[in-house]
Design a protein around this ligand. Structure first.
Ligand SMILES: Nc1ncnc2c1ncn2[C@@H]1O[C@H](COP(=O)(O)OP(=O)(O)OP(=O)(O)O)[C@@H](O)[C@H]1O
Length: 501
């Protein structure tokens, strides 16, 4: 281990095996420590602690507020001449229940940021706040004394590459010793641990439902790498943490258990019907993966995931997880280069695709235009003023009665195309001197491009009926992308005509 490391915080006093960081030498606790069994038996004694289980919606952050907030985070390794900055001004918000994928090349800083969020490294510069559902308040990680950091770590389920199972304990014992018994917790905690292992295919039946010898009582040495990883995953999730931090959780897993893990993480995030879940599994299969969940696993999954609202932040290259992401955060050289809410990207892409104005723009150029107006907020959620300010010129907000475009107004380089994000607008046109309502439009509908395509004044007035949020693409941007596409489109048309001839 290089001498450039910062001091590692001391071990938490709770007998919970804290995950190690990959790369060695950074363990907060070592596995196989003496006195494990003693610690384990202490952990088996029920200690009724509040929170966690049975946390209701009132324990979510205030509406529109994140569960995790990162602002201006820098990080440096080493001292003196060898001091190197590895994170640069990173800012990110994660909303409740989101499944966030962190991607990026090796060395781009993903693990470092994850360990800072988990309170496993000292936060040097910037701000990280984690929502504490038990307290109904944010915990800040800046300058936080160790005992409070321990409390923050307890809010989090860690799934890291080196899993630090206790060698002298069985699979079930390893999970039970991490289990915090709470007032509204499962009636039979032992069964809960076994069910999680069963779901992860380490129980008494195989994927086809046929009996198999369970691994409940196996010690880590008798388990394969992938099996140990699944025990570690069960241990991380046993307390239904509201925040899961995972670093390549499926790296050592085969297709079936990888899918089981991925689906569990997704299912923990929010409620889905069994039918929706099956559709999800089918989609995963159709995507060309070999993995599948058994019918009995789906039933168990529903029970295990009875507690919802878990937010997961996962560093992964696993395409199966990528496909399930709500938000994709891409890092390059220590910086968050892009932060995309998948549903928002689909919404805007689809909106642009629908408009005939974009027909002359190549699909990949359309996607660039779409990406350039994204604001990083799910279209189901209203944008906050600070979010508008952070990404200016993308979304405009109109109050009821406000005019967005006015009939007869001339168009110029600054004229815009509008895609409705939220709210309703009405379209009016003057007839016999009085405005006549032509139609109303809601989310996903667009307006405003005809005038700038034809270079004519606006042919109707559009006015907000309710508070309306609209994405905007200005004419200069539109023309730029169209000119890129034009030669291709013309060549395609020429080929088409030649073919016809
Ligand atoms: N303990 C350390 N001491 C010094 N430099 C470190 C240490 N840990 C990481 N780094 C450096 O910090 C940068 C970010 O590393 P990090 O492990 O966060 O990247 P990563 O994106 O997780 O990479 P990978 O995908 O390979 O896991 C890298 O340049 C790495 O060499």
């Amino acid at each position: 281990m290089s001498s450039s490391e910062e001091p590692i915080p001391p071990a938490p006093e709770e007998p919970t095996p804290t995950p190690s960081l990959k790369g060695g030498g950074q363990d907060l606790r070592s596995s196989g420590a003496s006195g494990e069994l003693e610690e384990a038996s202490r952990a088996f004694t029920p200690s009724l602690q509040g929170g966690g289980w049975g946390v209701g919606p009132s324990h979510l952050p205030p509406p529109g507020q994140p569960v995790l907030r990162i602002r201006g985070v820098n990080h440096y390794f080493g001292t003196g001449d060898t001091r190197t900055q590895v994170l640069f001004g990173n800012t990110l918000e994660v909303m409740p229940g989101e499944l966030v994928i962190m991607s990026g090349p090796s060395g781009s800083g993903k693990t470092t940021i994850l360990t800072l969020i988990g309170g496993l490294r000292t936060l040097q510069e910037g701000e990280i706040e984690v929502w504490d559902a038990d307290r109904g308040d944010y915990r800040t990680l800046r300058g936080t004394p160790e005992p409070e950091l321990v409390t923050v770590r307890r809010l989090i389920g860690f799934i890291f590459q080196r899993h630090n199972l206790f060698d002298s304990l069985t699979a079930v014992q390893n999970i039970r010793m991490a289990q915090r018994l709470k007032e509204n917790g499962p009636a039979d905690p032992d069964r809960d641990a076994r069910d999680l292992l069963t779901y992860l295919l380490l129980g008494e039946r195989d994927l086809s439902g046929n009996p198999q010898k369970s691994r409940f009582d196996y010690k880590p040495a008798a388990l394969s790498g992938g099996q140990r990883q699944r025990v570690a995953i069960a241990r991380a999730l046993i307390n239904r943490p509201k925040l899961v931090l995972a670093d390549e959780p499926t790296a050592a897993l085969d297709a079936n258990s990888g899918l089981a893990v991925v689906t569990l993480l997704q299912e923990l995030a929010r409620e889905r019907s069994a039918a929706e879940l099956r559709a999800l599994v089918r989609a995963a299969e159709e995507a060309g993966e070999n993995g599948r969940l058994a019918e009995w696993q789906v039933v168990l999954l529903k029970r295990i995931a009875n507690e919802h609202g878990t937010t997961s932040l996962i560093v992964t290259h696993d395409a199966r997880i990528m496909n399930l992401a709500d938000r994709i955060v891409h890092m390059e050289r220590g910086r968050i280069e892009s932060n995309v809410v998948v549903a928002e990207r689909l919404f805007v892409r689809e909106g642009l695709r629908q408009s005939p104005a974009f027909a002359a723009i190549l699909p990949e150029e359309q996607e660039k235009i779409a990406d350039a107006v994204l604001i990083g907020v799910h279209p189901n959620e209203a944008v906050r003023p600070d979010q508008l300010a952070a990404r200016p010129g993308r979304v405009e907000v109109y109050e009821p009665g406000q005019v967005i475009v006015r009939e007869g107004d001339p168009v110029n380089e600054l004229s815009k195309f509008y895609l409705i994000r939220r709210g309703t607008v009405e379209v009016l046109r003057a007839a016999n001197g009085a405005p006549q309502k032509l139609t109303e439009m809601g989310p996903g509908r667009y307006f405003g491009e005809v005038a700038f395509l034809l270079n004519q004044p606006r042919n109707a007035t559009v006015r907000a009926l309710t508070r309306a949020e609209v994405y905007t693409v200005d004419r200069a941007t539109f023309d730029k992308f169209r000119s890129v596409s034009l030669p291709f489109v013309e060549r395609m048309l020429a080929n088409f005509r030649a073919g016809e001839g």
